[in-house]
Design a protein around this ligand. Structure first.
Ligand SMILES: [Mn+2]
Length: 281
Protein backbone atom coordinates (compact mmCIF):
# COMPACT_ATOMS: atom_id res chain seq x y z
CA UNK A 1 0.00 0.00 0.00
CA UNK A 2 1.37 3.39 -0.97
CA UNK A 3 0.13 6.74 0.25
CA UNK A 4 0.26 9.90 -1.83
CA UNK A 5 -0.54 13.43 -0.68
CA UNK A 6 -1.55 16.06 -3.24
CA UNK A 7 -1.99 19.83 -2.79
CA UNK A 8 -4.88 22.09 -3.72
CA UNK A 9 -6.70 20.88 -6.86
CA UNK A 10 -8.80 24.04 -7.15
CA UNK A 11 -10.90 22.49 -9.86
CA UNK A 12 -8.09 20.84 -11.87
CA UNK A 13 -8.57 17.12 -12.39
CA UNK A 14 -6.39 16.53 -15.47
CA UNK A 15 -3.01 17.06 -13.71
CA UNK A 16 -4.16 14.86 -10.81
CA UNK A 17 -4.94 12.03 -13.22
CA UNK A 18 -1.54 12.53 -14.88
CA UNK A 19 0.23 12.26 -11.51
CA UNK A 20 -1.74 9.18 -10.49
CA UNK A 21 -1.00 7.48 -13.76
CA UNK A 22 2.72 8.40 -13.44
CA UNK A 23 2.95 6.35 -10.21
CA UNK A 24 0.51 3.69 -11.45
CA UNK A 25 -1.82 4.47 -8.57
CA UNK A 26 -3.68 1.34 -7.47
CA UNK A 27 -7.29 2.28 -6.63
CA UNK A 28 -7.78 -1.00 -4.77
CA UNK A 29 -4.70 -0.71 -2.56
CA UNK A 30 -3.22 2.79 -2.47
CA UNK A 31 -4.41 5.86 -0.60
CA UNK A 32 -4.72 9.39 -1.95
CA UNK A 33 -4.85 12.31 0.49
CA UNK A 34 -5.97 15.71 -0.80
CA UNK A 35 -5.08 18.82 1.21
CA UNK A 36 -8.37 20.68 0.61
CA UNK A 37 -9.57 23.36 -1.82
CA UNK A 38 -10.77 20.61 -4.12
CA UNK A 39 -12.98 23.10 -5.99
CA UNK A 40 -13.00 26.63 -7.41
CA UNK A 41 -10.85 28.77 -9.73
CA UNK A 42 -10.18 25.89 -12.16
CA UNK A 43 -12.63 24.69 -14.82
CA UNK A 44 -13.11 21.11 -13.53
CA UNK A 45 -14.63 21.60 -10.07
CA UNK A 46 -17.53 19.25 -10.79
CA UNK A 47 -15.22 16.61 -12.28
CA UNK A 48 -12.92 16.83 -9.22
CA UNK A 49 -15.80 16.29 -6.79
CA UNK A 50 -17.27 13.46 -8.85
CA UNK A 51 -13.85 11.80 -9.03
CA UNK A 52 -13.19 11.88 -5.28
CA UNK A 53 -16.73 10.73 -4.45
CA UNK A 54 -16.42 7.86 -6.92
CA UNK A 55 -13.16 6.80 -5.28
CA UNK A 56 -14.09 7.60 -1.69
CA UNK A 57 -12.79 4.24 -0.45
CA UNK A 58 -9.21 5.29 -1.23
CA UNK A 59 -9.40 9.11 -1.15
CA UNK A 60 -9.13 11.13 2.09
CA UNK A 61 -9.74 14.86 2.00
CA UNK A 62 -9.79 17.76 4.42
CA UNK A 63 -11.96 20.81 3.83
CA UNK A 64 -10.39 24.03 2.55
CA UNK A 65 -11.75 27.57 2.54
CA UNK A 66 -12.95 27.21 -1.08
CA UNK A 67 -14.82 23.99 -0.26
CA UNK A 68 -16.53 25.74 2.67
CA UNK A 69 -17.30 28.71 0.40
CA UNK A 70 -19.08 26.32 -2.00
CA UNK A 71 -21.11 24.94 0.92
CA UNK A 72 -22.02 28.45 2.08
CA UNK A 73 -23.35 29.21 -1.43
CA UNK A 74 -25.32 25.94 -1.49
CA UNK A 75 -26.74 26.92 1.92
CA UNK A 76 -27.85 30.23 0.33
CA UNK A 77 -26.01 32.45 2.79
CA UNK A 78 -23.55 33.69 0.14
CA UNK A 79 -23.68 34.44 -3.59
CA UNK A 80 -20.96 33.29 -5.98
CA UNK A 81 -18.18 35.86 -6.48
CA UNK A 82 -16.96 36.96 -9.92
CA UNK A 83 -13.90 34.66 -9.82
CA UNK A 84 -15.83 31.62 -8.63
CA UNK A 85 -16.10 28.70 -11.06
CA UNK A 86 -18.68 26.68 -9.18
CA UNK A 87 -21.68 26.88 -11.53
CA UNK A 88 -21.32 23.35 -12.88
CA UNK A 89 -21.72 22.04 -9.33
CA UNK A 90 -24.43 24.55 -8.30
CA UNK A 91 -26.55 23.68 -11.38
CA UNK A 92 -26.05 19.93 -11.13
CA UNK A 93 -28.95 17.65 -10.18
CA UNK A 94 -26.74 15.97 -7.57
CA UNK A 95 -25.63 19.25 -5.98
CA UNK A 96 -27.33 18.43 -2.65
CA UNK A 97 -25.79 14.96 -2.64
CA UNK A 98 -22.34 16.43 -3.21
CA UNK A 99 -22.89 18.93 -0.37
CA UNK A 100 -23.99 16.11 1.91
CA UNK A 101 -20.79 14.25 1.13
CA UNK A 102 -18.68 17.33 1.87
CA UNK A 103 -20.42 17.86 5.25
CA UNK A 104 -18.93 14.52 6.32
CA UNK A 105 -15.35 15.60 5.67
CA UNK A 106 -12.99 16.72 8.45
CA UNK A 107 -10.64 19.68 8.94
CA UNK A 108 -7.78 17.44 10.10
CA UNK A 109 -6.91 13.97 8.88
CA UNK A 110 -4.18 11.64 10.20
CA UNK A 111 -2.92 8.09 9.83
CA UNK A 112 -3.57 5.44 12.48
CA UNK A 113 -0.10 5.75 13.99
CA UNK A 114 -0.54 9.54 14.29
CA UNK A 115 2.73 10.24 12.53
CA UNK A 116 1.29 11.90 9.41
CA UNK A 117 -1.28 14.71 9.63
CA UNK A 118 -2.97 16.93 7.08
CA UNK A 119 -5.08 20.07 7.24
CA UNK A 120 -5.68 22.73 4.61
CA UNK A 121 -3.87 25.64 6.28
CA UNK A 122 -1.65 23.87 8.84
CA UNK A 123 -1.22 23.46 12.60
CA UNK A 124 -1.12 26.65 14.69
CA UNK A 125 1.79 26.54 17.17
CA UNK A 126 -0.61 27.09 20.08
CA UNK A 127 -2.25 23.66 19.58
CA UNK A 128 -0.96 20.13 20.07
CA UNK A 129 -1.80 17.67 17.29
CA UNK A 130 -4.28 16.03 19.71
CA UNK A 131 -6.02 19.35 20.32
CA UNK A 132 -6.21 19.95 16.55
CA UNK A 133 -7.91 16.58 16.05
CA UNK A 134 -10.28 17.33 18.93
CA UNK A 135 -11.26 20.68 17.38
CA UNK A 136 -11.68 19.06 13.97
CA UNK A 137 -14.07 16.54 15.59
CA UNK A 138 -15.98 19.35 17.26
CA UNK A 139 -16.32 21.14 13.92
CA UNK A 140 -17.39 17.87 12.27
CA UNK A 141 -20.21 17.41 14.81
CA UNK A 142 -21.47 20.92 14.09
CA UNK A 143 -21.38 20.35 10.33
CA UNK A 144 -23.34 17.08 10.33
CA UNK A 145 -26.13 18.53 12.47
CA UNK A 146 -28.62 20.34 10.22
CA UNK A 147 -29.54 23.17 12.60
CA UNK A 148 -26.02 24.01 13.76
CA UNK A 149 -24.76 23.73 10.16
CA UNK A 150 -27.23 26.35 8.89
CA UNK A 151 -26.32 28.70 11.69
CA UNK A 152 -22.58 28.10 11.21
CA UNK A 153 -22.59 28.93 7.48
CA UNK A 154 -24.60 32.07 8.16
CA UNK A 155 -21.87 33.17 10.57
CA UNK A 156 -18.79 31.62 8.97
CA UNK A 157 -17.29 34.66 7.25
CA UNK A 158 -15.22 37.06 9.31
CA UNK A 159 -11.81 37.51 10.94
CA UNK A 160 -12.99 37.86 14.53
CA UNK A 161 -12.28 36.56 17.07
CA UNK A 162 -8.68 36.58 15.80
CA UNK A 163 -7.33 34.52 18.66
CA UNK A 164 -8.13 31.22 20.34
CA UNK A 165 -9.67 31.16 23.76
CA UNK A 166 -10.90 27.90 25.36
CA UNK A 167 -13.97 29.70 26.67
CA UNK A 168 -15.25 30.63 23.18
CA UNK A 169 -18.68 29.23 22.39
CA UNK A 170 -21.07 28.70 19.46
CA UNK A 171 -20.37 30.26 16.09
CA UNK A 172 -17.47 32.42 17.34
CA UNK A 173 -15.73 29.25 18.40
CA UNK A 174 -16.48 27.46 15.12
CA UNK A 175 -15.38 30.51 13.08
CA UNK A 176 -11.98 30.76 14.74
CA UNK A 177 -11.44 26.97 14.44
CA UNK A 178 -12.30 27.26 10.72
CA UNK A 179 -9.94 30.21 10.29
CA UNK A 180 -7.01 28.38 11.95
CA UNK A 181 -7.38 25.22 9.89
CA UNK A 182 -8.50 26.61 6.52
CA UNK A 183 -7.26 30.23 6.23
CA UNK A 184 -4.19 30.70 8.47
CA UNK A 185 -0.87 31.86 7.04
CA UNK A 186 0.64 34.45 9.40
CA UNK A 187 0.21 34.26 13.14
CA UNK A 188 1.43 36.17 16.19
CA UNK A 189 3.18 34.58 19.14
CA UNK A 190 0.03 34.66 21.27
CA UNK A 191 -1.97 32.88 18.54
CA UNK A 192 -3.59 35.97 16.98
CA UNK A 193 -4.27 35.34 13.28
CA UNK A 194 -3.19 37.90 10.67
CA UNK A 195 -5.63 37.05 7.90
CA UNK A 196 -4.95 39.98 5.58
CA UNK A 197 -1.49 38.74 4.58
CA UNK A 198 -1.26 36.91 1.24
CA UNK A 199 2.32 37.30 0.04
CA UNK A 200 5.31 34.96 0.34
CA UNK A 201 6.79 33.91 3.64
CA UNK A 202 10.03 35.86 3.25
CA UNK A 203 11.30 37.83 6.19
CA UNK A 204 10.93 41.21 4.49
CA UNK A 205 7.23 40.67 3.95
CA UNK A 206 6.79 39.66 7.56
CA UNK A 207 8.80 42.55 9.08
CA UNK A 208 5.89 44.93 9.08
CA UNK A 209 3.78 42.47 11.04
CA UNK A 210 3.92 41.08 14.51
CA UNK A 211 2.91 37.93 12.73
CA UNK A 212 5.19 35.37 11.08
CA UNK A 213 4.40 32.16 9.14
CA UNK A 214 2.70 29.67 11.47
CA UNK A 215 5.39 27.03 10.87
CA UNK A 216 8.12 29.48 11.96
CA UNK A 217 6.62 30.11 15.40
CA UNK A 218 8.26 28.28 18.30
CA UNK A 219 5.88 25.53 19.26
CA UNK A 220 4.36 25.77 22.69
CA UNK A 221 3.64 22.04 22.55
CA UNK A 222 6.15 19.88 20.64
CA UNK A 223 4.92 18.03 17.57
CA UNK A 224 6.69 14.82 16.55
CA UNK A 225 5.01 13.90 13.29
CA UNK A 226 4.91 15.43 9.83
CA UNK A 227 2.16 17.88 8.97
CA UNK A 228 1.09 18.34 5.34
CA UNK A 229 -0.77 21.49 4.34
CA UNK A 230 -1.94 23.36 1.24
CA UNK A 231 -3.53 26.82 0.93
CA UNK A 232 -0.35 28.89 0.54
CA UNK A 233 0.50 28.93 -3.17
CA UNK A 234 3.03 31.74 -2.73
CA UNK A 235 5.32 29.28 -0.90
CA UNK A 236 5.56 27.43 -4.23
CA UNK A 237 5.41 24.10 -2.40
CA UNK A 238 8.37 24.86 -0.14
CA UNK A 239 8.01 25.87 3.51
CA UNK A 240 11.73 25.34 4.16
CA UNK A 241 10.70 23.20 7.11
CA UNK A 242 11.08 19.40 7.11
CA UNK A 243 8.17 18.71 9.48
CA UNK A 244 5.66 21.05 7.88
CA UNK A 245 5.34 20.19 4.20
CA UNK A 246 3.72 22.70 1.84
CA UNK A 247 1.81 20.87 -0.88
CA UNK A 248 0.26 23.80 -2.78
CA UNK A 249 2.68 24.66 -5.57
CA UNK A 250 0.20 26.95 -7.30
CA UNK A 251 -0.93 24.86 -10.29
CA UNK A 252 -3.80 27.24 -10.92
CA UNK A 253 -1.37 30.22 -10.89
CA UNK A 254 0.93 28.77 -13.58
CA UNK A 255 2.79 26.64 -11.06
CA UNK A 256 2.61 22.93 -10.38
CA UNK A 257 0.31 20.35 -8.90
CA UNK A 258 2.47 18.74 -6.25
CA UNK A 259 2.29 15.14 -5.03
CA UNK A 260 4.38 13.62 -2.23
CA UNK A 261 4.92 10.08 -1.01
CA UNK A 262 5.29 10.66 2.77
CA UNK A 263 7.09 7.35 3.29
CA UNK A 264 9.83 7.76 0.68
CA UNK A 265 9.79 11.59 0.46
CA UNK A 266 9.57 11.27 -3.32
CA UNK A 267 7.85 14.24 -4.86
CA UNK A 268 6.28 14.88 -8.25
CA UNK A 269 5.44 18.21 -9.85
CA UNK A 270 3.01 18.41 -12.76
CA UNK A 271 2.76 21.57 -14.89
CA UNK A 272 -0.07 22.73 -17.15
CA UNK A 273 1.50 20.91 -20.13
CA UNK A 274 1.25 17.76 -17.99
CA UNK A 275 5.03 17.50 -17.88
CA UNK A 276 6.06 15.76 -14.67
CA UNK A 277 9.30 16.30 -12.74
CA UNK A 278 10.30 13.87 -10.02
CA UNK A 279 12.65 14.68 -7.12
CA UNK A 280 13.05 14.22 -3.39
CA UNK A 281 11.06 16.45 -1.03
MN1 LIG B 1 -7.12 27.78 0.51
Amino acid sequence: MAKYIVGDLQGSLTPLLALLSEVEFNYGKDELWLAGDIVNRGSQSLACLEFIMRHESCVKIVLGNHDLHLLAIINKVKSPGKFDTLDDILNHKNCKKMAKWLYQQPLVHHNKKKTIFMSHAGLPHIFSAEKAVELSNEFHQALIDKASRKSFFKNMYGNQPAKWDDSLKGNDRLRVITNYFTRMRMIEEDGTLELMHKAGADLEASLSYEAIPWFEQDRIIPFDGTWYFGHWAALEGNSGHHKYIATDAGYIWDGYLKMVNPKTNEMWLCDSNLKIKQMLE
